[in-house]
Every structure is written in C-alpha cells, then in structure tokens.
Design a protein around this ligand. Sequence first.
Ligand code: AP5
Length: 224
Amino acid sequence: MQLILLGPPGSGKGTLASDLEQRYQIPHISTGDIFRRAVREKTRLGLEVEAIISQGELVPDTLTIALVEDRLSQSDCLNGYLLDGFPRTLPQAEALSEMPVVQNKPLTAVINLVVRESVIVERLSNRRVCSKCGRTYNVVSLKPQIEGVCDACGHPVIQRKDDQTATILHRLEAYHQATEPLVGYYRDQNLLIDFDNEKSIQDTAQAVYEYLEQIRPQAEADHG
Ligand code: AP5
C-alpha cells in the first residue's frame, strides 16, 4: 500500500495513521513528527524549523521535499508507506510524483479526511501529545490511562506549542491556501477518496480499512 493521508490540521491524520500502520505494517512517515523530533533533539534541522512550526507557517518546499525523498529511499519503504502531512503544496505533490519510489510503485490511494472547522478547533485545543514518542491523546475522546502520562512510553503528555487557538487558525489559513488545491489535484487522478471523520476514531478507521481492502486486489494487480 502506498498511501497519502490528506486533510486539514487536526482532521485526524496522525490518529488514523497509527491504526493503518499496524494493520498494514508499513512505515508511517509524518513530516510534522520528523520536524518536531528534530526540534526536541536540537539538530540543525530543528533549529531551522522551530520558529516556523510554532507560528503555524509551512516549512519551505525545498527542505521538506529533500527530507521526504531521503526517507522514502530507505529500504523499509520498498513494500509501501503511509505519508501523513506530505505533500502539503502543489510543488511537493509534483516532486513526489517524480521520486523513484513512486515511479516504481504508484500511489494506491489518497485518503482525504473531512471535518468541520469548528470541530477541528475544539479537537486541537483538547489534543495532548507525548513529549517523548509523540503519541496523540485527547482530553475528551482519547485520554491516557494515567492522566498526563503516555501509555506507550511513560513520559509526560503535553500540549503542542502550535495548538494555541491563534496558531490553529493560522494553520487552517495555510491549509486553505496551500494544501486544499491538492484535493482537486488528486481527485482528477482518480486517487482521492473522502472520509467523514466526525465519526468515532474506530468507525473511521474501519471504513478506511474496508475501502482499502476493496481496492487492494486491483492495486496489487496493477502495480505489484
Ligand atoms: P503536522 O504535524 O503535519 O500537523 P497538521 O497537519 O497540522 O496535523 P496535526 O498533527 O495537527 O493533526 P492530525 O490531522 O494529525 O490530527 P490528529 O490525529 O492529531 O505539521 C505540523 C507543522 O509542521 C506544520 O504546521 C508545518 O509547520 C510543518 N510541516 C509538516 N509537514 C509539512 C510539509 N509537508 N510542508 C511544510 N511544512 C510542514 O487528531 C487531532 C485530535 O483529534 C487528537 O486529539 C485526536 O485524538 C482527535 N481525534 C482524531 N480523530 C478523532 C475522531 N474521529 N473523533 C474524535 N477525536 C478525534
């Protein structure tokens, strides 16, 4: 499976990715997670992108494209991958289509998560993430078993800097301006399918899974 998860900030891409990653045993490549890890570890990349991310701006295309191309060239991506948060601009989508891994095995599907903006703002305000492994929680819909402690690694669960209301609104603007055109771009290629993610996390994951299982035989026959 070669998948892209598309959708506005907070539409549930990372949450769905965790489910699909387990079901299909394919690497979950989140550019947001890569950037946040670099910031935590204070690498050169981290220092370069820290202010951009915390203000809800987009990281420049050249830097992001090079990073993803390098990640997709690794051997664990030979049997598929799950892109979350990339591509986010038309130049990124066009660059992706030229990458050797995509030329060898074309995209299987683009899953577009649809959620109203009022719901997004509420979910992002309630989101918490593990400060170490990045696992996502929600103070309303997905609480850790012990308050403030990550179920997976035991580290503190915190609020992301870019989940302040003003920054959420700025990220939504960036989405409408730079990313939303990709909906039409992939729809025109017959790759995009919309999923209403105002349902429960489990119901959406099940609906996506059923869809992927339905298209899987044809996708494998076409591209291996
Ligand atoms: P990134 O990390 O990609 O952020 P994003 O796209 O804004 O997406 P989020 O991680 O905020 O949300 P999500 O859709 O994954 O939702 P989640 O599953 O957490 O990028 C961060 C920044 O990095 C960008 O702003 C930019 O600066 C930079 N960047 C990254 N990629 C880039 C690129 N390609 N080019 C340039 N810059 C880039 O869910 C949200 C909440 O809702 C959670 O609390 C969750 O528990 C809850 N939830 C999810 N589904 C449901 C449901 N069905 N019902 C109830 N609650 C739900």
